[in-house]
Design a protein around this ligand. Structure first.
Ligand code: NAP
Ligand code: SF4
Length: 672
């Protein structure tokens, strides 16, 4: 059994003790926009505290109206707003945890008309032009932040985190990229760090010495004219002198064009930037970004990179992360796979966050844990994401489950997804399900294509059909030509593909298949490859930590085609689609919209576009034209008297993804 000695070591600030070195990082979940927000938030944090996390950082609360991220973002500026905070603090303290409120002033990232900044320079990712802050505005903002800290103390929080990274207001003042002022708050380094330092001093004065004061510093800006490593280290030391108890680290600005938390970032890939801060201060430092396993966290602490590790998304994926690490049961941790699909992508489209691998996250009130009244015998047909998840959720409710899978291994479409560069984290989902199914004593029959007749006789009470999808075979002449292959054959490695490729379709699977065909190696598994590809200066000598990206090697020639006139790749995830598109663009992949397919023949793919007919002379035509439901069994079970339910792709193939499959599994399991 692995013991995570460093992760599990308590920490004593004198006025505050933390039970371990695991921190739940701040996340703006938008849970507060759902019904019953107070109860929901309290339950969300209570569950994570029961899971033994050492310290929780809340999502960001603005100190005033100008500082809100968007119109309906939460603000804490008045005693009338304390009720929700008191409920949250009570829930956490009742369970023996500690909680800190994050104060976030969005600066020029604020998506509303009151947006302010060091100058009136608009952020590339925001359509609102900021108003330049006057010295009086700055003084008022310092006081507003101090006032929020005072209110946080009154509500019962154990401290506050001042958000000073990711390109938000305080970060904007520190950086030459955004701060071109020539007054007392701009110009030289000393003047640019003045606003953050005055903020820290005011918060300390307002909230007292025995109140945890965390500052989140940008460890590497990843934007032009950002700080060098030496300047960041100097700033960190000045924050300590100003009275900060602990430094948390942020990586990159929201406008930077380098991935910072997506799955293509290697685990603990930013350790070099965190270490730079750790070496400059004697107060504890928190490492963050792409720390999703106890092993990764333990290694960072053992190597002296940081004193704490912050995990935000991993705590959505598994609220019991810390408890399982303590018990030496890391194999049972439901790991965050850094897909961003059900968390950030939902937040960016103004929905509330949950988690692909744990749809209970943020919905704890809707899906209470508990045993069912009567134990039922349920057959689950299909061991993909939907089938495995249903088997686990239903077994947790006390039902006796038999899971039939026709293939020799569990996983279904996840076995294809895991082969896509940057998606190897799906291995963790498969590992989790296998471990959990074994622990719950679910009977798993692999390589077993069960028939309706067998199911009728087996004495089950219900059958859940989770037989998934099959690739769509579009009606194009020549589809049986030897040049034609389907994405499942390519991703599974069953089909060898030549140098010149046409891909029919431009959906997520087509982009993934193109990325697969272009990849020399998976950069998420190689920090060296990652930094070279994206142009990151790991020595931190250059401003913002930027370097010239390595030139792309000539690889396959790929054309991706679609019939519609929509923007190719327009449906990719908001927070990850740009990474995929940028990678393919750099590799010279061509996309064609508005095509009509004619035929596939020895010469290649014949199509017309804008009234011109031509032939793409390719070696292979790979079909990624969506999927159709696969369900031969439901009809055969009609009239059997068994309850039959369908989930995932077997129920509805269009726009299927693992998030929907797993959520449907949870919903159905709750009904048994
Ligand atoms: P999809 O997103 O529905 O895309 C299907 C593609 O096939 C479209 O480009 C469509 O373009 C084309 N197509 C559909 N019917 C066709 C026909 N009869 N003949 C020729 N072309 C046809 O399906 P998918 O790519 O398989 O993805 C499935 C689901 O997984 C989606 O919900 C997707 O969002 C999700 N996914 C997402 C990602 C990601 O975000 N990275 C990765 C993998 C999967 P035209 O109809 O215009 O020709
Ligand atoms: Fe992690 Fe994906 Fe869940 Fe977000 S949705 S917490 S990235 S597994």
């Amino acid at each position: 059994m692995h013991t995570y000695r460093n992760l599990l070591e308590p920490y004593d600030f004198g006025f505050l003790k933390l039970r371990n070195r695991m921190v739940m990082g701040a996340m703006h979940t938008r849970i507060e926009t759902l019904d019953q927000p107070v109860q929901r938030l309290a339950e969300f944090f209570r569950e994570r505290t029961r899971g033994e996390i050492g310290l929780i950082l809340t999502g960001g609360f603005a100190p005033d109206l100008a500082g809100r991220m968007e119109e309906d973002a939460p603000v804490l500026d008045s005693p009338d707003q304390l009720a929700v905070h008191q409920a949250i603090c009570r829930a956490v303290h009742e369970e023996g945890g500690r909680i800190v409120l994050q104060i976030l002033h969005a600066g020029r990232y604020a998506r509303h008309a009151l947006c302010v900044g060091p100058t009136d320079q608009r952020a590339s990712i925001n359509r609102y032009v900021p108003r330049t802050m006057s010295a009086a505005d700055i003084a008022a903002t310092v006081q507003a932040i101090a006032n929020t800290a005072r209110l946080a103390r009154e509500a019962g929080y154990d401290g506050v985190e001042i958000m000073g990274s990711e390109g938000y207001l305080l970060n904007e003042f520190v950086s030459l990229r955004t701060n071109t002022r020539d007054d007392a708050y701009g110009g030289g380094f000393e003047r640019r760090i003045r606003f953050p330092l005055e903020t820290v001093q005011a918060v300390r004065a307002a909230a007292g010495r025995d109140f945890l004061l965390v500052y989140r510093i940008s460890a590497i800006d990843l934007v032009e004219d950002g700080l060098t490593g030496a300047e960041t280290a100097q700033f960190a030391a000045r924050l300590q002198q100003a009275g900060v108890d602990m430094l948390n680290t942020g990586i990159g600005w929201h406008e930077s064009t380098i991935p910072t938390i997506a799955a293509s970032v290697p685990r603990a890939g930013w350790a070099f930037a965190v270490r730079n801060i750790k070496q400059a201060v004697s107060i504890p430092v928190i490492a963050s970004n792409r720390i999703s396993t106890p092993q990764t966290g333990e290694q960072l602490l053992a190597d002296g990179v940081a004193d704490f590790v912050s995990m935000a998304r991993p705590l959505l994926a598994d609220p019991e992360f810390a408890a399982k690490a303590r018990q030496g049961r890391a194999d049972l941790i439901n790991r965050c796979i850094a897909c961003n699909q059900a968390c950030l992508d939902r937040i960016f489209t103004e929905r509330s966050a949950s988690c692909l691998v744990n749809p209970r996250a943020g919905r704890e009130l809707d899906y209470p844990r508990g045993r069912a009244g009567a134990r039922q015998r349920i057959a689950v047909i299909g061991g993909g994401a939907a089938g495995m998840a249903f088997a686990v959720y239903a077994a947790e409710r006390g039902h006796a489950i038999t899971l039939y899978e026709a293939e020799a291994e569990l996983g279904g479409q996840l076995n294809l997804a895991r082969r896509v560069p940057g998606k190897s984290e799906f291995d963790e989902t498969l590992r989790y399900f296998r471990a959990r199914l074994a622990e719950l004593e679910v009977r798993v029959e692999l390589g077993r294509r069960v028939t309706a007749a067998e199911l009728r006789q087996a004495g089950h009470d219900a059958v859940v059909v989770a037989t998934g999808v099959a690739p769509r075979r579009p009606d194009i002449e020549g589809l049986d030509h030897a040049k034609v292959g389907f994405y499942d054959e390519v991703l599974s490695g069953r089909r060898k593909v030549g140098q010149r490729v046409a891909i029919i379709g431009t959906g997520g699977v087509a982009f993934d298949t193109a990325a697969f065909l272009l990849a020399e190696a998976d950069e998420s598994l190689s920090p060296e490859l990652f930094t070279r590809h994206w142009g990151i200066d790991a020595t931190l000598r250059s401003p913002g930590g930027l370097a010239a990206p390595a030139p792309q090697k000539a690889g396959r020639s790929i054309h991706m085609l679609q019939r519609s006139l929509d923007k190719p790749g327009g449906h990719l995830g908001k927070s990850t689609g740009w990474i995929l598109k940028s990678r393919l663009r750099r590799a010279g992949v061509q996309t064609l919209a508005g095509v009509t397919y004619h035929r596939i023949c020895d010469a290649g793919l014949e199509y017309s576009c804008d009234g011109v007919t031509q032939v793409l002379p390719v070696d292979d035509v790979i079909v990624c034209a969506g999927q159709l439901s696969r369900d031969e069994i439901s009809l055969a079970l009609a009239g059997s008297g068994l309850r039959v339910a369908r989930i995932g792709g077997a129920r509805h193939a269009v726009e299927l993804d693992a998030a929907r499959a797993i959520e449907e599994a949870l919903q159905l399991a709750q009904s048994f």
